[in-house]
Design a protein around this ligand. Structure first.
Ligand code: MG
Length: 364
């Protein structure tokens, strides 16, 4: 099989609700998300779908895909995703490794795995190992900083009523005492048995992160996500040693190398790679193996429609984050049943971008 052409496009999708996290740094809540989409066409009539996501840089990613990656890949056998991963990683290493280049490469890698599944007539999770056919999820789109405590509790109850394992709350207000007060009130309203994680999106310095971690421990928090800037491996190691609450992070790391630095330093307890930021499924498989050897569970970040294949195909991937940001783009998305996301049974990723979505939301 040979790759004959690569076409990319950019969608701008409206979000169900405006969202603000500590990353927003006081800016207005976001109301839309960009989704670079790539189709890899072959000489046997099969087409692979890949995608990524971003709030900015979408046009640059589309340009990389069409202007730089496509010439490097046309004529290659798409059933060699590892060889093509190495080819792209090293050819573009001067502008890559972390950020939008590896995100665009992730989209290509997803498309190659989609093609491999279609060629084998198997869903990707089966190619990866087929550990189960569904995965638990927690509700993650109902705890934004711009929501009131009542709104958060209302959204949480909807998730819990659907059988989800728990919820995640954003923290990271300019005044940290607001976070303590909000989390305490939400804990009181939902009860002591409810699984609650918190996510600071890299907001705090070490002293604040330590102080807040101790508060969250008192409130029975399941994990403490991205307390500090993602480059601070040593700081997270010190924090992890000082706190009992598990430290979760990984969404802003760009490859197995960056994640391995955290594992080596004993600076993370729960690892959260984003399959569209670390280099796609090929790299996510390596990350899952590293984490398994380090006895650290993997909880993929966002991208549940693709990551369901990781969670159902690999050992050590405990669950997914239910965040339906891209769900409306797909003609058929994985179904939620009793708080579990069910792996698609159709070949490949089991995803196609709906034609009417392209017609309505394409911006590039
Ligand atoms: Mg997060």
């Amino acid at each position: 099989m040979q790759i004959t052409s690569i076409k990319a496009l950019l969608l701008k999708l409206p979000l169900d609700r405006p969202v603000a996290s500590s990353v927003s740094r006081g800016a207005r809540p976001l109301t839309s998300i960009m989704m670079p989409v790539v189709h890899v066409h072959t000489d046997v009539g099969l087409t692979g779908l890949g995608y990524a996501w971003c709030f900015s840089g979408g046009k640059a990613m589309v340009s990389l895909l069409e202007e730089d990656f496509a010439p490097a890949l046309i004529g290659a056998d798409p059933l060699d995703p590892e060889r093509l991963w190495q080819e792209l990683y090293w050819r573009f290493q001067g502008i890559g490794r972390h950020g939008l280049t590896i995100q665009a490469q992730s989209a290509i890698d997803l498309a190659l795995w989609d093609l491999k599944g279609k060629a084998c007539q198997q869903p990707v999770y089966k190619l990866l190992g087929g550990t189960r056919d569904r995965t638990p999820v927690y509700g993650s789109d109902g705890g934004w900083l711009n929501m009131s405590v009542d709104e958060v509790v209302c959204a949480a109850r909807e998730y819990l009523d659907q059988g989800m394992r728990g919820i995640k709350l954003k923290v990271g207000h300019a005044d940290p005492s607001i976070d303590v007060d909000r989390v305490r009130r939400i804990r009181e309203l939902l009860g002591d048995d409810v699984w609650i994680a918190v996510d600071a999106n890299q907001k705090w310095d070490f002293p604040t992160a330590l102080r807040m971690g101790r508060e969250f421990e008192q409130l029975g928090i399941a994990w403490y996500e991205e307390p500090m800037i993602c480059e601070d491996v040593g700081g997270h190691a010190r924090l992890s040693a000082a706190l009992d609450v598990p430290i979760a992070l990984g969404e802003t790391l760009g490859s197995r190398f960056e994640i391995d630095a955290y594992l080596q330093a004993d600076a993370v307890d729960i690892v959260q790679p984003d399959v569209t930021r670390v280099g796609g499924i090929t790299e996510a498989v390596r990350i899952a193996a590293l984490c398994e050897a380090a006895h650290r569970p993997v909880e993929p970040h966002l991208m549940m429609e693709a990551s369901v294949h990781l969670a159902c195909g690999l050992p050590g991937v405990d669950g997914l984050e239910y965040m339906p940001w891209l769900t409306s783009a797909f003609a058929e998305a994985p179904q939620l049943e009793d708080g579990h996301l069910v792996a698609p049974q159709s070949p490949g990723l089991g995803l196609e971008v709906a034609a009417h979505v392209i017609e309505r939301h394409r911006i590039g």
